[in-house]
Design a binder for this molecule. Structure first.
Ligand code: SIN
Length: 280
């Protein structure tokens, strides 16, 4: 881990809290430190921020170019900000399963910047899992079993015309006419920012190992998934007005809890462009 000027307090399980920072007024050196801290910790949490949508966009652009999500509706007037919304009437939330954003892309989004806009009175927490730690703590036999494997990722079963969201009360996330090609990534990648090995499969978008059927792939995938969400490697982010989370999609998973029916929740998300992933 590299020296930083930021005041960073690791969070048990996954991520770190960054204190005494105004995300609207970062110096260039702080942005560099923030990017490095993101690669090292996977999740950075900031409290008591007051970012306007314009400042949210400016912050994202200082970290990396923006990679607009092609499935989520945009915040009115801000085409690069995805709306993560659940109304008091809806029962399905967005992101309510373990995943990492955009793993179905050939160049998956490197990160996401999520700003709390309207929160329910209780609940609506987001869980984060540390995939560096998941890889590091695999036993030697499993590490040998997955070394050199590649996995196929896709989005059609989630966001396609007949995908999971099409069957719910969030049908606007199911997009006909949007391209949803499958893509292949190594199962263990070298993180492009930290150089560390990471387990890179996830329950929502990984379909199978390359060269194997889904049925053949599932036993090992399930074993890896169960290992990744061991409580010792998971943290819970309890949102408050002003909370901003920035996570690295290559070394974390997240899961938005859906336990606030009858209440409104609105988050603004910007995804940050990444690169093709190399095998460890
Ligand atoms: C997401 O999956 O990006 C949304 C997370 C959240 O709403 O907490």
């Amino acid at each position: 881990m590299i020296e930083t000027r930021l005041r960073i307090e690791p969070i048990q399980g996954c991520g770190a809290l960054v204190k005494d920072v105004d995300l609207a007024r970062l110096g260039d050196a702080e942005v560099g430190d923030l990017r490095q801290a993101l690669f090292d910790h996977g999740l950075l949490v900031f409290r008591e921020q007051s970012l306007t949508p314009e400042q949210h966009i400016a912050l994202a652009e200082r970290i990396a170019p923006i990679d607009v999500n092609r499935f989520f509706p945009a915040a009115p007037g801000y085409p690069v900000i995805a709306k993560v919304e659940k109304t008091a009437q809806q029962t399905t939330n967005i992101g309510g399963g373990w995943h990492t954003d955009h793993s179905y892309d050939a160049e998956p989004a490197m990160g996401s910047v999520l700003v709390a806009r309207d929160l329910p009175p209780a609940g609506g927490d987001t869980l984060f899992a540390d995939l560096y730690a998941a890889y590091d703590t695999l036993d030697a036999e499993t590490k040998a079993e997955i070394a050199g494997l590649r996995a196929v990722h896709g989005s059609d079963h989630v966001f396609g015309e007949k995908g999971a969201y099409a069957q719910t009360d969030q049908p606007e996330l199911a997009k006909g006419g949007v391209e949803t090609p499958e893509t292949v990534h190594p199962v263990v990648i070298t993180h492009p920012g930290s150089g560390k090995s990471v387990l890179y499969v996830n329950p929502s978008f990984t379909l199978r190992f390359e060269g194997r059927t889904r049925e053949e792939s599932l036993p090992l995938l399930m074993k890896l998934y169960a290992h990744a969400i061991d409580q010792s490697r998971v943290s819970t982010l309890v949102w408050a007005p002003g909370t901003v989370a920035i996570w690295d999609n290559r070394c974390t998973w997240h899961f938005a809890r859906n336990d606030y029916h009858g209440h409104y929740r609105l988050m603004h998300r910007i995804t940050l462009a990444g690169c093709a992933l190399e095998a460890a």
